[in-house]
Design a protein around this ligand. Structure first.
Ligand code: CP
Length: 312
């Protein structure tokens, strides 16, 4: 059966240590001995939405693994003229060995996976962003100087996600909480609490136990190892910017809020960041911020994910 990576839980807890070890090896040995795990393969990259990090890191990653990235978009394929996802997925499967997709509705990527006979990788949907949280977790293992089973260093750590807690990254952390056995607290306005449908998907995956919602930001970050935020205004929501700014300001990650977490706490942001809104410039560029290795690690972790999928 074709294996896809649509949800965080599509890799099992037992598989994670090997996956993370592979990502570390790719990072350590980049440029001298990368195993060509995609040699002779062509992988499609279909992006319905803008991207900097995801698009470039996948394109470079496929190339570094010996594969050929086929850059696709909706406008310049017949998808833009109404050809169905079912037919497109079957056609793509005849030419290529895998497909990386960024799209709006999660149902669209599920449809691609249903009809494709090649692996489909989720490069962000409106529901979740699994490649991002895997790279984030990998970044944390580095920050904590983990050795051996890198994944075990995440166990029991407290991560607080602040701001819009009904966005794709927040959903990803709900799923990741149980998978990585972390304590995840979502903190934002009550009106942006995760919707029951998203929570149900996490429940279905069987990994919903270890997250909670706390509307009081100061209380939420007590004892936290990691503070995480994302833009308050996702792609396509620009007209809500002013209203969101008003209601989300108490959840801005600034030096005062960082000071309420553990002294050694670190800051993550998937980027792009809007300094002065969801995070202050001081925190974003400060010593606790891991944003640059976090962004680079997208490349190493995604190379591991692609290699694992290609091997099955
Ligand atoms: N974090 C992230 O997915 O960045 P891009 O939107 O630039 O790909």
């Amino acid at each position: 059966m074709t294996r896809h990576f649509l949800l965080e839980t599509d890799f099992t807890p037992n598989e994670l240590p090997e996956l993370f070890a592979m990502a570390r090896s790719f990072k350590t040995h980049r440029g001298n001995s990368t195993p060509p795990t995609l040699q002779g393969q062509s992988w499609g990259m279909l992006f319905y939405k803008s991207s900097t990090r995801t698009r470039i890191s996948f394109e470079v990653g496929i190339h570094e693994l010996g594969g050929y990235p086929v850059i696709l978009d909706v406008q310049h394929t017949q998808l833009g003229r109404g050809e169905s996802i079912a037919d497109t997925a079957k056609i793509f499967s005849g030419y290529m060995h895998g497909l990386v997709i960024r799209c709006y509705e999660h149902a669209a990527i599920e449809d691609f996976a249903r009809f494709a006979t090649i692996p489909v990788v989720n490069a962000l949907t409106d529901f979740n962003h699994p490649c991002q949280v895997y790279a984030d977790c990998f970044t944390l293992t580095e920050a904590w100087k983990a050795e051996g089973d890198l994944v075990s260093s995440l166990k029991g750590k407290k991560l607080v996600f602040l701001g819009d807690t009904n966005c794709n990254l927040a959903h990803s952390w709900i799923l990741a909480a149980g998978l990585f056995e972390m304590e995840v607290v979502l903190s934002g306005p009550e009106s942006f609490a995760p919707d029951p449908h998203s929570v149900a998907i996490a429940d279905q995956a069987g990994f919903s136990g270890s997250w909670s919602f706390e509307p009081d930001a100061a209380k939420a970050v007590e004892g936290a190892d990691v503070l995480y935020t994302d833009t308050w205004v996702s792609m396509g929501m620009e007209d809500e910017k002013e209203a969101r700014k008003q209601i989300m300001m108490p959840y801005q990650v600034n030096t005062q809020l960082m000071a309420k977490a553990k002294p050694e706490a670190v800051f993550l942001h998937c980027l792009p960041a809007y300094a002065g809104l969801e995070v202050s410039q001081e925190v974003l560029q400060g010593p606790q911020s891991l944003i640059w290795p976090e962004a680079e690690n997208r490349l190493h972790m995604q190379k591991a994910i692609l290699s694992a999928l290609a091997a099955t």
